[in-house]
Design a protein around this ligand. Structure first.
Ligand code: GCU
Length: 653
């Protein structure tokens, strides 16, 4: 039934040897029970349904409660395995879990798994015309030429892949809501969206929509979208009522307001609390939630004005609103204060919002990290964010803070911008599947290591020898550092081509309105964000973090140019000068890509032909990109600083 596409990590069924029958008490037959029924023979080759409780796999609902709504346990018995779940959804996750453990041959039993985060969401930035904003894997799996693509088999494949890694919520359209998508919240569109939602429901996934804050005007033909206008509130109430009549298990709305030209409450002199709470009140009677994005900043900045600092924007706006949001509002906060760069500090909103439901936002799609041409395994970066200590205390690690500082812990979690499209292998570069898989696994279990996740994905996706496994693993694990090495140095960010965000253009954003400046001159480089002499951004952190970042001597090397403007001769903790660090990392980065090519070539024999060629071709592109970055960056800083490379390597002038 799923023959058309590469099924990634669910490709290998567990062989027949020990597992031949399965049994589930049908205490409450449901959509999920039917899904389990369908999945069993797909995951466990040739298995048949048994009437007896001593089958090879027994699925059993437990009333103990300790597994929560989604957790499961797996035990090994003489006759096979017993999977327990508090709900049928838990059992569904359990069978995917058992499949993973058996294929990966890394199970030790009893095995208990309970998700660390409640919402584990994916945001699609798919447009109705079929394009995907920041999509690098072909067109949308949902939409095509302003129609619903209608390939329900494909959507079912997608849903099962998501469920297999524990994703439980998906928004299907771009946060920048265009002409037709504004009408998604109305009749005929909703009927189509319900068809997609029904498939997601089979896999325990709730569907969400991104909405236009000004829909009362664009859709409702009112003269205003002022959140405090009673007519507007009533319009939303009716719209939501109609929506839930058609899709009773609808999750809620994702809202990008007052950001990058999207409309919002500021137009009417209202606050983001006013905007979010008005929508929250409309949707609450139906159990819906409002996911309100904190990615709000002035994108019409004057580069001449050094007093403005885009990094400050989200905290300045939302920090003072802490505690003022309705109980079914969740704030969605990007991992860093700017925009998904290869290296940024963690957003200071984490740990400082203490009375607001919150979701951390990552980006799986590789917008600034190589467009899925370059290999860049992002799990190590996400782990740094989750493990970042916001306040210096056990519960102040980001992974805990998002949950524990949310007044309703059920309304907290992690979301990420998705990276799949119509490409046959879903993600353009097959290696980018590791980010998709890894995001789901990490959102479920925040303590998995980057290496564990990468290994799992490799085991499930290929048939590698030990040596090949080592090589493929080393490519993934080092790829983030490699990408960082040949691109922007020391967290300076945004030296990429404007608009597309792939390839090098050092001054591309320097005299523009987007608030992302590196201020390189003949003496030095970096943004002074200190309280003493800069924009004061450092003050947004806890006192200890403030001190660490404010002081040039304690600021971590990796983040130096994000926080400080320094001379090229400044000596890093590593003992190198900034200029020498720039040269060394850029030469190293290119060498590393060459090493990846050699490694990939050397494991060709154990790879399937499609994957081999796909990654080989992408690595060729990656090398070109890395060489271009290296040469432009090195030349640029050589010309600015007049300081040569200690190692005497070729730097063009
Ligand atoms: C980035 C990205 C945009 C996107 C925005 C967002 O700025 O380049 O395409 O719309 O993030 O998160 O809303």
């Amino acid at each position: 039934m799923f023959e058309k596409r590469d099924l990634c990590w669910l490709l290998k069924p567990v062989s027949k040897k020990q597992i031949v029958t399965w049994f589930m008490e049908d205490r409450a037959p449901s959509v999920t029970a039917r899904t389990i029924e369908r999945e069993m023979p797909l995951l466990f080759d040739g298995i048949s349904r048994s009437q007896k409780e001593d089958a090879s796999i027994v699925l059993s609902l437990t009333e103990e409660g300790s597994l929560g709504d989604e957790g499961y346990s797996i035990d090994k018995t003489e006759s096979g395995y017993v999977i327990k779940g508090g709900t049928q959804k838990g059992l569904l996750y359990g069978i995917f879990g058992l499949h993973r453990l058996l294929v990966g041959k890394n199970g030790s039993f009893p095995y208990i798994s309970i998700p660390d985060q409640n919402y584990r969401m994916i945001n699609h930035w798919d447009n109705f015309d079929g394009t995907i904003e920041r999509g690098y894997s072909g067109n949308s799996i949902f939409f095509d030429h302003n129609k619903f693509r209608g390939d329900m088999n494909l959507i079912r494949q997608y849903a099962r892949l998501l469920a297999s890694v524990g994703i439980n919520a998906v928004s299907i359209n771009n946060v920048n809501v265009r002409k037709y998508e504004r009408f998604f919240i109305t009749g005929d569109y909703l009927k189509e969206i319900k068809k997609i939602g029904d498939i997601f429901t089979e896999y325990g996934i709730q569907i969400f929509l991104a909405i236009d804050f000004a829909a009362p005007i664009s859709v409702g033909k009112l003269s205003t979208a002022d959140p405090l206008c009673p007519e507007v509130a009533s319009w939303w109430r009716h719209a939501v009522e109609e929506l839930y009549r058609i899709i009773p298990d609808f999750g809620g709305f994702v809202v990008k307001a007052d950001s990058e030209h999207e409309p919002g409450p500021f137009t009417y002199g209202r606050s983001h609390g006013d905007g979010a709470n008005m929508l929250a009140k409309a949707i609450r009677p139906f159990g819906g939630i409002i996911v309100w994005r904190c990615f709000v900043y002035d994108c019409t900045q004057d580069w001449r004005d050094r007093s403005l600092d885009r990094a400050r924007a989200a905290y300045d706006l939302f920090h003072e609103l802490d505690g003022s949001f309705d109980e079914n509002v969740i704030l969605q906060i990007k991992n860093g204060p700017i925009d998904f760069q290869i290296r940024e500090p963690v957003s200071p909103l984490f740990g400082s919002l203490k009375e607001t439901n919150q979701i951390l936002e990552f980006q799986i799609t590789q917008e600034y990290t190589g467009h899925q041409k370059d290999i860049c395994y992002l799990v190590p970066m996400w782990k740094e964010v989750l493990d970042f200590d916001t306040r210096h205390g056990a519960s102040s690690l980001v992974k805990k803070a998002v949950r524990e500082y949310s007044p309703n812990q059920k309304l907290s979690g992690i979301c990420a911008v998705g990276n799949v499209g119509m490409d046959r292998n879903w993600t353009g570069n097959k290696m980018a599947q590791a980010n998709w898989y890894g995001y789901g696994r990490l959102a479920w279990d925040n303590d998995l290591t980057s290496e564990e996740i990468a290994k799992e994905w490799l085991y499930l996706s290929f048939d590698l020898t030990d040596d090949a496994m080592k090589k493929a693993l080393s490519i993934l694990i080092t790829s983030r550092d490699t990408y960082e090495n040949y691109t922007c140095p020391l967290a300076v960010g945004f030296m990429c081509k404007p608009g597309i965000h792939y390839g090098c253009d050092i001054d591309g954003y320097e005299y523009d309105c987007w608030g992302t400046y590196h201020y390189a001159d003949r003496d030095g480089v970096g943004r002074d964000r200190t309280a003493a002499t800069g924009t004061g951004y450092t003050k947004q952190y806890s006192p200890l973090k403030f001190q660490e970042y404010e002081d040039i001597h304690t600021c971590p090397d990796q983040l130096l140019l994000f926080f400080h403007h320094v001379p090229y001769t400044h000596v890093l903790h590593s003992g190198k000068t900034v200029i020498q660090h720039i040269y060394d990392t850029h030469f190293d980065g290119v060498e590393k890509v060459k090493e990846y090519q050699a490694k990939w070539e050397s494991i060709r024999d154990v790879l399937d032909e499609d994957s081999y060629k796909n990654v080989r071709d992408r690595l060729n592109l990656q090398l070109k990109n890395a060489v271009e970055w290296r040469d432009q960056i090195n030349t640029y800083f050589f010309r600015k600083s007049g300081i040569g490379d200690e190692a005497g390597r070729t730097i063009y002038n």
